[in-house]
Design a protein around this ligand. Structure first.
Ligand SMILES: CC(C)(COP(=O)(O)OP(=O)(O)OC[C@H]1O[C@@H](n2cnc3c(N)ncnc32)[C@H](O)[C@@H]1OP(=O)(O)O)[C@@H](O)C(=O)NCCC(=O)NCCS
Length: 143
């Protein structure tokens, strides 16, 4: 099931972050995102009482942005990211956001496929967007 993240999820979300990203947010960045950033919202996917994935997004006036989505490797390809994304889109729409944007690594086939499937359109490529020099695809969906 998808639910709002709570304070007790902090450690497990840091762990998922570390296991899912090549350049993960450190604990300080995660702490800011979870507890201080006023526009940031976290949803988690809980399976049999265990958190196995999350999505982080920002809602700012009439637009929203996905900053992170991750599911632990063992639990991938079961539709859990899809459920997280669907709930996030529903929430953003309810908060009157009209668009949802994101950047994704050009090489991230799984995430790009997830976004295409959900109606995100490629707007442009941002060259050398990531610190390791990889390009980002900038994608947008009308909500
Ligand atoms: C991207 C990610 C979140 C997908 O999680 P998931 O739970 O496995 O995704 P789902 O099972 O919900 O799949 C939904 C859709 O995503 C796409 N998809 C997911 N994994 C895929 C893969 N390995 N190859 C191709 N498409 C894939 C498919 O379109 C899939 O729909 P389908 O099952 O009908 O084909 C997961 O691979 C992940 O955590 N990756 C590491 C973190 C990351 O890169 N996040 C994105 C940052 S922008």
């Amino acid at each position: 099931m998808v639910r709002d993240a709570c304070k007790d999820d902090f450690k497990i979300l840091c762990d998922i972050e570390n296991k899912c990203f090549i350049h993960p947010f450190n604990e300080e960045q995660m702490r800011y995102e979870m507890f201080s950033n006023p526009v940031s919202q976290y949803l988690v996917f809980e399976l049999n009482g265990v958190v196995i994935g999350f999505i982080d997004y920002w809602v700012t006036f009439d637009s929203s942005t996905i900053t992170q989505i991750a599911v632990l490797p063992l639990y991938r390809r079961h539709g859990f990211a899809q459920e997280l994304l669907s709930e996030a889109m529903k929430d953003c729409k309810a908060k009157k956001a009209m668009t949802m944007t994101l950047e994704v690594r050009k090489s991230n086939v799984a995430a790009i496929s997830l976004y295409h499937k959900n109606g995100f359109k490629l707007i442009t490529t941002k060259p050398h967007y990531y610190t390791d020099g990889e390009d980002a695809l900038y994608m947008v969906k009308e909500l």
